[in-house]
Design a protein around this ligand. Sequence first.
Ligand code: NDP
Length: 449
Amino acid sequence: MKSQLDEKLQAIYQEVLYRNPGEAEFHQAVHEVLETLGPVLGKYPEFVDKKIIQRICEPERQIIFRVPWRDDRGEIQINRAFRVEFNSALGPYKGGMRFHPSVYLGIIKFLGFEQTFKNALTGLPIGGGKGGSDFDPKGRSDSEIESFCQSLMLELYRHIGEYTDVPAGDIGVGSREIGYLFGQYKRITNRYESGVITGKGLDWGGSRARKEATGYGVVLFTHEMLKSKSDSLAGKKVVVSGSGNVAIYAIEKAQELGATVVACSDSAGFIHDERGLNLETIKRIKEVERRRISSYVESHKSARYVPGSSIWAIPCDIALPCATQNELTGRDAKVLVENGCRVVAEGANMPTTPEGVQLFQLAGICFAPGKAANAGGVATSALEMQQNASRDSWSSEYTQKRLEDIMVDIHASCYETAGEFGAEGDYVAGANIAGFLKVARAMSALGVI
Ligand code: NDP
């Protein structure tokens, strides 16, 4: 169920629906932001006159291209790829590439739209963009992944650059794929332009703590929310969905801060152990062997594997959805609330449906939206760009301290902004408004461009 928009915002939303037919995830992301902007327009009527919201909802540039490549049998395969350069008021477009069969323009636009506000929240000079392809990396050999990445870059290289658009990883794109993409860019352009892509390996221009940053950041944000209620993660029971990059490092940080993580998942099912999960086994299965999470139970007899059904039925104090959009439904939210969950922080982008968010808010759950809670990843990507620009390499301690400071600032900015606009404790409103104001002020200053 969606909240009502006021008249002006409803008209803008109708125009978004009309101009972007069939893009359900994009509509959902826009509605979620518009729901919270009513009080902002009351306070800043100049943003209405300058049509800032209409302009923010229209990407600056959308690129769609064919990616032909040969599989290991010599057969030609054809995929479609996208790069949506959403908003560059604050800096070069910045956002990851997603390789997943579900990718289409509407998913990339929702992610690019979210990214614009998230990047603004980091306080760093980065605009918003996102890209990806309907290529499915599952079951593909290393050489097939390489061929696909090289073919994709043969077109993408024209559109990116350290001052233009800086891609990174997302679902299905980790350091292996970033390596193939960067290698091909370097070969085509004959430039060692480290700042053109982030998420690089440590030996070739990457930043320490980038791999861990999104997951760590989600838990650091959770820690700040609990601290504001004079509470902590120590002794809490945590459920994390997914078992990819974000999930693994959210588990690591939660365990470090004294919580017990009892369940995690992949798209086929989840593993559950009340005694707590063994992260070394999960890392081996997912990062080294690239197998399914079901194989975890082979080495841990106290754990069970449950195929298919929802991980959110496991009782917990804290839920961290770290897999994909709309994975936590209204029904899941109801079960979590009934089971006593008190805190939800989104590691994934828009993992909770509008019904779920509304239920959490009505139940007084401390709920952190992805654009605030998972901003540590892109923030550390911006730190990687800083290191590349100065041809420097920072220590892990220093980089982690910067990440920590950024997450503390994002929390404070969301918390204070919510209070300022009469929505005390509402992190959704706080994140949307704080991000919007930064982008809107810059757009306003830059004129009608
Ligand atoms: P990974 O590809 O490393 O992992 C994704 C995980 O989610 C896997 O366990 C995957 O399972 C699961 N998953 C993917 N699609 C589905 C689905 N349709 N249903 C159920 N489970 C699914 O991706 P990341 O960890 O990098 O990204 C996870 C989320 O975090 C995404 O929403 C992404 O946009 C967001 N994010 C990522 C950032 C980063 O730095 N990586 C930064 C900010 C946000 P399986 O292997 O079975 O597909």
